[in-house]
Write a new protein. Structure first.
Ligand code: ZN
Length: 365
């Protein structure tokens, strides 16, 4: 697989359209024509990460935080960004960032936090809805799976955290191929009846054209019969932060201890826990989620677990949930597992390794 092919795959898994306006996701540096020798997964790229990539035979770094946010005017080694870029170009290493788009996809950074804390009924804290379409395809029964695979590979058939969703019913299709046609089955000038499946998929607006092209390519017929129906309902296509429930409520201090252990925190900051006897509902936001207190309150959460909370923002807890600041890096450390799972789905032929370099610039005394 070439770098450009991997970039295309990742752009599909982590849609760039989901990123925040200040963000700079996607390929930061790299030559699309180079064969991928291995992928190194990291939260941040520091200079040591590039040495690690070379040592491990990886020429592609998939990281969470972009290296470049603002315009770079020169690559002359004056700061760590210029040095890393210079080394990446010299060593022919591609760097790709999946940041706020990885935060916002269903199953993204905060979902991973929820999984680690065994939350149930997990939904986005700030949901982004998208127009959906019903795509109906009539396909010979034997080719149903091929068409479905093409739909799923392009983001169709996804409802919330479920994918590969479809409904089908078998019946008979008829058609008569006229002069100039090249029918897959049947003869010119004769009405043919074929056992077909009518398969339905939900497809979001963002994926519609990709899915329709993929169906066209996978379908055996010269003129596939496809209905595209605009639905009145929308689906939750993405969102920032999550909220979910604990199956068994626990005392606040017990929950905080669980959080501290789960996220391997050397310390965590938290507000008054005497305001409730038990934690039942939990809001989470990986990275900097201090502005999510209002949403966490409206979601009925007893506690908001996030990072980067400033002193004055802790006061918001008087009118909202308990706030626990576990550290930015700590809250996002398991994002590498999301990257690994996304790459594993793609039947990759190269090695994927986790960076073991400590990239968190913060130490605790
Ligand atoms: Zn972050």
């Amino acid at each position: 697989m070439r770098v450009s092919e991997l970039v295309k795959y990742l752009d599909n898994e982590f849609p760039l359209s989901l990123q925040e306006s200040y963000d700079n996701c996607g390929l930061q540096v790299g030559d699309g024509n180079v064969e991928v020798s291995g992928v190194l997964l990291a939260i941040d790229v520091v200079e040591a990460t590039l040495d690690e990539a070379v040592d491990k035979g990886c020429n592609f770094i998939l990281c969470h935080h972009p290296l470049i946010f603002k315009g770079v005017k020169r690559i002359a080694g004056k700061n760590y960004i210029e040095r890393i870029l210079h080394k990446a170009i010299k060593c022919d290493i591609a760097i790709y960032a999946a940041h706020t788009n990885a935060d916002k996809i269903i199953g993204g950074v905060s979902y991973k936090m929820a999984e680690k804390l065994s939350l149930v009924n997990v939904t986005p804290l700030e949901a982004e809805n998208e127009q959906v379409y019903k795509v109906v395809v009539y396909v010979p029964v034997a080719d149903k799976q091929k068409v479905s695979d093409a739909v799923y590979a392009n983001g169709g058939g996804t409802i919330g955290a479920y994918d590969c969703c479809s409904f089908s019913v078998d019946g008979a299709g008829t058609f008569k191929a006229n002069d100039g046609c090249h029918p897959y089955v049947g003869n010119i000038g004769e009405i043919h009846e074929e056992k077909e499946s009518r398969v339905e998929y939900v497809v979001s607006r963002r994926n519609l054209s990709k899915v329709l092209s993929a169906i066209d390519e996978a379908h055996p017929y010269e003129e596939p019969a496809i209905d595209v129906i605009k639905l009145e309902n929308t689906i939750v296509a993405a969102g920032m932060g999550v909220v979910g429930d604990l199956e068994t409520p626990v005392a606040p201090i017990e929950f905080l201890r669980r959080v501290k252990e789960t996220f391997r925190c050397e310390m965590l900051k938290y507000t008054d826990i005497d305001k409730t006897d038990a934690i039942r509902r939990v809001a989470l936001c990986g990275g900097s989620g201090s502005d999510m207190v209002g949403l966490a309150k409206r979601s009925g959460a007893d506690i908001l677990v996030t990072g980067d909370v400033k002193y004055h923002q802790f006061f918001d807890s008087y009118d909202g949930p308990i706030i626990a600041d576990i550290g930015h890096y700590e809250s996002e450390q398991y994002t590498k597992e999301i990257f690994f799972n996304v790459l594993s789905k793609n039947n990759i032929k190269f090695a994927v390794q986790n960076s073991t370099i400590k990239s968190n610039p913060i130490n605790y005394l």
